[in-house]
Write a protein that binds this ligand. Structure first.
Ligand SMILES: [Zn+2]
Length: 524
């Protein structure tokens, strides 16, 4: 997918910027880029736009999680791990000192700003669409685990393109889903004239309008398994190309976030072959974005890419092996035909050393010794899951790839950027939001004040009605505002708001758009 670009513009007037594309390979570092380049055997799309490095720590930890990292990239504020789109608590270890918002105050995102400025907005991922990274751009919850609330907010953000997985949570049990409230969210979207597609072919047929592509019950397949397991699922590059072709139809421009979501998943279990394939698929998506930014969108499109953090602490070379030739590095990985998840499924319940040896030879083209197989069975017996036990042991004994963790790490990550107003040098993850806001002429703090007014301050008699706990609503006199939605129901009339109502159970505060405050004031 790598193609040469015209000379880079390191500066340029941001007054010309209409579009911003942010691309995030979740959970990797520069080591992954080097491995991917040797694996491809040529330059990567990201190579021609390497621009610096990004500091990743969160407000609560030197090592961030995806929720806090996504919040920094989307809002320009470092929050505490696990929190989405809101200010950190006062006791967060590394909390910013000059933050003008109270703890747990929802923070406007660049996506919300883009929508408010009349632009189109899209999110493209390969995991469930409410996963931490996409959620950080379009939802506000104290916990990234609040999946139902996150999806409800995303549904009410008037998004133009959403591609990813997670069909389960859209459907009631009767239709094969996991919802306990009986609602069918795909029907709800269609009622609002949103097209729903569920495979690559249907996606390709969409020529205009709003679309949600939900391509799997949960996550999409790993790239290394996709053609064998689910050939009807689109690649990240295909989803990115379609998203751009739809979003660019908005005359005011667009904001798009693309996540190579599963680099992180592979790194968490130290599965190098799967990880590098995920990164290469991500790089193809970067190539698609750059072809647009350097072609039709030239001079009007800012592209920023960076991992949200590293995962796994990968290195090329480890205690017992220093690779000298390309073959030393890439040959063991080339023999691995499936992800460790598929390998573990092939091994199944029979976790004998003989069965493990046979399957690793069949699917990964590696012959384990009896001692190595015994190491795997011992680690599983001691409580490690089969997948990391397999992948880390094989990695260490039979590849030149080193790993230091099954978790995230705290190192700086590479920064890639292209187009007018592109950030360069060593930046903080919050600078990605600031560069985006500058390019799109958004005032994020002002937007936060406009979108998230403290209801109890504006209307001291405002109450939360939890008669239906699945669908709580803010009640102000005769007006109702369902929580996590963008609706104001007044005298039997529905007003669609330009923002969602957010309730923070932890503080008891509810936040609503200024637009709703004005509407209520006008009708008094
Ligand atoms: Zn992440």
């Amino acid at each position: 997918m790598w193609q040469p670009l015209p000379a880079l513009r390191s500066s340029g007037k941001t007054s010309e910027v209409r579009n911003v594309i942010i691309l995030i390979p979740d959970g990797c570092s520069q080591s992954m880029v080097t491995l991917a380049r040797w694996t491809r055997g040529g330059p990567l799309a990201v190579d021609q736009i390497q621009a610096g490095a990004v500091r990743t720590h969160s407000a609560s930890s030197l090592v961030t999680d995806s929720a806090a990292a996504g919040t920094a990239l989307a809002t320009g504020v470092k929050t505490a791990n696990r929190m989405l789109g809101m200010a950190p608590p006062l006791d967060a270890a590394l909390r910013p000192v000059d933050l003008p918002f109270a703890p747990y105050h929802p923070l406007a995102t660049v996506l919300e700003g883009a929508k408010r400025s009349g632009r189109a907005a899209g999110l493209v991922v390969t995991v469930v669409v409410w996963d931490a990274t996409p959620a950080a751009f379009a939802a506000h919850t104290v916990s990234r685990k609040s999946d139902v609330e996150i999806l409800e907010q995303m549904l009410h953000q008037d998004l133009d393109v959403v591609f990813g997985g997670g069909r389960q949570l859209f459907l009631p049990a009767a239709a094969g889903g996991t919802r306990t409230d009986g609602r069918n969210l795909l029907d709800l979207l269609q009622t609002n004239r949103v097209q729903i597609v569920s495979n690559a072919k249907e996606m390709e047929h969409v020529a205009s309008g709003k679309v949600w592509g939900i391509f799997a019950p949960a996550s999409l397949s790993a790239e290394i398994d996709r053609s064998a397991l689910t050939p009807d699922q689109p690649s990240l590059a295909q989803m990115t190309a379609k998203a751009i072709s739809l979003l660019k139809q908005n005359p005011r421009g667009f904001f798009l976030m693309v996540e190579g979501s599963q680099v992180d998943k592979a790194d968490h279990v130290n599965d190098p072959a799967r990880a590098v394939r995920e990164f290469l698929a991500f790089d193809d998506a970067v190539g698609v974005a750059l072809q647009f930014a350097a072609g039709e969108g030239r001079g009007q499109t800012l592209v920023i890419a960076c991992p949200d953090h590293d995962t796994g602490g990968m290195s090329l070379g480890q205690r017992t092996k220093t690779p000298q030739t390309v073959t030393d590095l890439t040959a063991p990985l080339a023999g691995m035909q499936v992800s460790v998840d598929v390998l573990a499924a092939k091994i199944g319940a029979n976790r004998s050393a003989a069965n493990i040896i046979a399957n690793i030879e069949a699917w990964w083209n590696i012959r384990l010794t009896d001692a190595e197989a015994a190491e795997i069975t011992n680690r599983v017996a001691n409580g490690l899951a089969l997948e990391p036990a397999l992948a880390e042991t094989v990695s260490r004994q039979h590849t030149a790839i080193g790993w230091t963790s099954f978790d995230h790490t705290g190192v700086d990550v590479p920064l890639w950027s292209y187009g007018p107003g592109r950030p360069v040098g060593l930046i903080d993850n919050t600078d990605v939001a600031f560069a985006t806001a500058r390019a799109l002429h958004l005032d994020l703090p002002a937007l936060t004040r406009t979108l998230y007014v403290d209801a109890q301050k504006a209307f001291p008699h405002a109450k939360l009605d939890t008669t239906n706990p699945a669908l709580p609503a803010l009640v102000i006199d005769t007006a109702r505002l369902p929580v996590n939605q963008n609706l104001l129901i007044l005298n039997g009339k529905e007003h669609r708001l330009g923002g969602v109502v957010v309730h923070i159970e932890k503080t008891g505060h509810t936040y609503l758009p200024q637009e709703a405050v004005d509407l209520l004031a006008a009708t008094r």
